[in-house]
Design a binder for this molecule. Structure first.
Ligand code: UDP
Ligand code: MG
Length: 312
């Protein structure tokens, strides 16, 4: 039995060595083989340099895939999956927020409970602000209402799964990747276990509110066409309102005669309808843009170098 640990790294120079130490101590005498697949996602610091030092030291089986630029964590996970050849595959961050000991527990669950194909960890407590947690909750409520796939709130991409799941995920070679949605879409029986995220070992998170908002929009657009339907409804409702207003204006003109002042109401109406049209064009644009990106059929990532000491 072999476990492949996929570790996306973007500017994690200070973290890769402690991470490897933590993995080695968590998996010593585990009774099975493992390999660490580091994906350097175009880091601008010494991440790749430090990874190569670990590679040269050769303390454990490892692969390094280094990207030609920053392609994002999702692309990193995809590259890692392509290079993983273990029976079990695990996705884990490089910053030690997710303890490697939990991966061992996940493997134990997969070993002892054959009915499960995936063991996913979800964060049981978050040290985050009220505003952010409200925003996240609303996101899950909206996306679970709108789309056919159901996302587990709080579930992260910290998970371990069987090879069959990996093969299914690789079949979804879409350019805009939203891993929470991809996992929900491929299905399989998932066992959810709680975990508490630790403090980052070093460095800072790559997420901010703007990125989270874009990520949320990515998820909704990628897994639902409900916004398009919403545009149709919005158009229908405003058309109805316009007809009602037309009747009111006509009646008023017939009863009270022509009433010239009305500058303010006309301006408000013009602005209102222009805004609705722009919103609808924006929604359509989101989908057209994604179709455009996908139709170019560009690769999800470009690897400039791959190192592998697992094959003798
Ligand atoms: N990451 C990546 N590419 C990116 C951003 C992040 O490979 O463009 C990696 C990062 O190095 C880390 C993991 O994804 O191993 C999670 O990132 P981070 O810790 O910033 O996210 P958080 O834990 O705050 O959700
Ligand atoms: Mg982190």
């Amino acid at each position: 039995m072999k476990l492949s640990l996929i570790v996306p790294c973007f500017n994690e120079a200070e973290n890769v060595a402690p991470f490897q130490t933590a993995v080695r101590s968590a998996f010593q005498d585990c009774g099975y083989d493992y390999e660490i697949i580091y994906v350097d996602d175009g880091s601008s610091d010494a991440t790749l340099h430090n990874l190569k030092k670990l590679y040269a030291a050769g303390e454990c089986p490892m692969k390094i895939i280094s990207f030609s630029r920053n392609f994002g964590k999702e692309a990193g996970l995809y590259a890692g999956l392509q290079h993983a050849d273990g029976e079990y595959i695990s996705l884990i961050d490089a910053d030690l927020q997710q303890r490697p000991e939990i991966v061992r527990e996940m493997v134990n669950i997969l070993n002892s409970q054959p009915q499960y194909d995936i063991v996913a960890a979800y964060q049981d407590r978050r040290g985050e602000s009220k505003a952010l947690s409200f925003f996240k909750k609303s996101f899950y409520r909206i996306i679970n209402k709108m789309s056919t796939v159901k996302l587990h709130p709080d579930a992260s991409d910290f998970r371990t799964f069987r090879r069959s799941v990996r093969d299914s995920i690789l079949e979804l070679a879409e350019y805009h990747r939203f891993s929470k949605g991809i996992f929900a879409w491929v299905g399989y029986d998932t066992c959810y276990i709680p975990y508490t995220a630790c403090e980052r070992n070093a460095g800072t998170t790559k997420w901010n509110f703007r990125k989270l908002l874009n990520y949320a929009i990515e998820g909704i657009i990628g897994y639902s066409t409900a916004p398009l339907r919403l545009a149709t409804y919005l158009g229908g409702c405003t058309a109805l309102a316009a007809v009602i207003y037309l009747i009111v204006v006509l009646l008023r003109t017939l009863i009270h005669g022509i009433d010239v002042p009305g500058y303010a109401s006309i301006i408000v109406l013009i602005l209102f309808f222009a805004a609705i049209q722009l919103i609808c064009i924006g929604i359509i644009g989101e989908y057209v843009g994604r179709t455009f990106e996908q139709s170019k059929d560009r690769p999800i990532y470009i690897a400039k170098e791959v190192l592998d000491n697992t094959k003798k």
